[in-house]
Design a protein around this ligand. Structure first.
Ligand code: FIX
Ligand code: ZN
Length: 419
């Protein structure tokens, strides 16, 4: 595995910790990447890197262009415009811009030439299969969790037809439409043969939703179920979201021994003109999560929260409930400044019983920079923590450091899943 060593190495001990952190294989527990069998659903290459919604949002601030005009442009033209705006007319100092350059640099490409045509030419010479292996090697990622939605009209037929699985890609069953848009989703379930029509008694509806979840869990071999919920999510409650969670999702997860991943705090479509780039963040009421963990001790919850202001309370909750595993610095918190803060907070409150990061990559190449950047920060945090221990006379051995880093990079997650 090729990884780039941090320049910050000060003493041999720090170098040893860095070397272990930079070379330990990672389980990337939440991405939007796909097994290559999904063909065009797996995004990769320079144009997809440039039209990533993080960069769309940033370029939008400089552009003087009607949203419809931008969305009507081809992907290449959008990428050209973003390159011109964020990389040429301004210095690309934001985390998402730096990430594009860090990734290209890791591929051995010369970014200082600022030659988009040459970059496109290089990518045109790669195949998806080669590129998956290259990116996973450079990132040091051994397993990638996909986000798999039966409600996606492009994805569903591929599962239904069947394909031979690449065992580097594991499945997670994403169910936002079921929980958040029940009125639109119920007729689709009914069309697929599940008896959830209005005239069906409520308990039968929940049973039918469980049958649906069970069919898809088996079909995709899901390792966990997953939803993202808005900041105003409450539990318990009488609305369909809470009822479906209580009467269908949680019993299903218990029956199949699967965790339910709850991502809290995304305010969808704050600016709908921006499409995927238009979502925002809000403070969540974590009492809802507390109530879930307390009321359903037989269920396991995987949680990440989007608001910086929710991070401390989430750590404290995880100290109370061992059926709660916290993970990742999600989306707007996936910037070095906050990764450093959140990782220190978690280690200081939880020790090593959490998963510090997931990539959330939407474009394959992004795993390279997202993991390179996070590994460097995690290494620095561990150097500081082990150094603080050394001041007490406690010295960690190489084996112990390897054990700890393995725990953070997938070991604890696998233990929580019971895998
Ligand atoms: O809900 C999610 O899984 C989010 O990660 C995405 O919806 C979001 O658009 C994203 O890509 C964040 O990194
Ligand atoms: Zn995501």
């Amino acid at each position: 595995m090729k990884t780039v060593l941090a320049e910050t190495s000060r003493v041999p001990f720090a170098r040893q910790v860095e070397q272990i952190v930079l070379s330990t294989p990672i389980v990337d527990i939440h991405t939007h990447l796909y097994d290559s069998a999904f063909q065009q659903l797996l995004l990769w290459g320079i144009d997809d890197l440039l039209v990533y919604h993080y960069l769309v949002a940033e370029s939008w601030r400089f552009l003087d262009l009607a949203p419809d005009k931008f969305w009507a442009m081809s992907k290449t033209a959008q990428a050209d415009l973003i390159w011109e705006t964020l990389f040429l007319q301004n210095s690309p100092v934001s985390e998402a811009c730096r990430g594009v350059l860090a990734t290209l640099h890791a591929f051995g490409l010369d970014v200082k030439k600022r030659d988009l045509t040459a970059l496109r030419k290089w990518f045109a010479g790669q195949t998806a299969a080669q590129h998956i292996t290259r990116c996973m090697e450079l990132a040091g990622v051994k397993r990638i969790y996909m986000t798999n939605s039966p409600f996606d009209d492009l994805e569903r037929p591929i599962w239904e037809k069947g394909f031979s699985r690449d065992d580097r890609f594991a499945a997670a069953l994403r169910i936002d439409p079921l929980l958040v848009f029940w009125p639109e989703t119920a007729p689709r379930l009914a069309r697929w043969g599940y008896r959830v029509e209005a005239e069906v008694p409520p308990q039968k509806t929940f049973d039918e939703v469980r049958r649906f979840l069970s069919d898809w869990t088996k079909k995709i071999k899901a390792h966990y179920l997953m939803v993202s919920l808005p900041p105003d999510f409450e539990f318990p409650g009488r609305n369909m979201t809470t009822q479906l969670i209580e009467k269908a999702v949680l019993p299903h997860c218990r029956e199949h021994s699967l965790p339910f991943a709850v991502m809290l705090g995304a305010k969808r479509a704050v600016n709908p003109h921006l499409k995927l780039a238009g979502d925002g963040v809000g403070l969540s009421n974590l009492t809802a999560l507390q109530n879930l963990c307390a009321a359903f001790p037989e269920n396991k919850f995987l949680t990440t929260v989007l608001a910086r202001e929710n991070q401390h309370e989430l750590c404290v909750l995880a100290r109370k409930f061992r059926n709660l595993h916290i993970f990742g610095c999600w989306w707007f918190t996936n910037v070095p400044y906050l990764i450093d803060e959140i990782t220190r907070l978690r280690i200081e409150l939880l020790g090593l019983s959490f998963t510090p990061q997931h990539s959330d990559a939407r474009v394959l190449d992004q795993i390279v920079y997202k993991w390179q950047h996070s590994r460097r920060i995690i290494a620095q945090v561990l150097v500081d923590k082990y150094s603080a221990l050394a001041q007490t006379g406690w010295q960690v051995t190489r084996d112990e450091i390897e054990r700890d880093v393995h725990a953070l990079f997938g070991g604890e997650f696998d233990r929580f899943l019971g895998r």
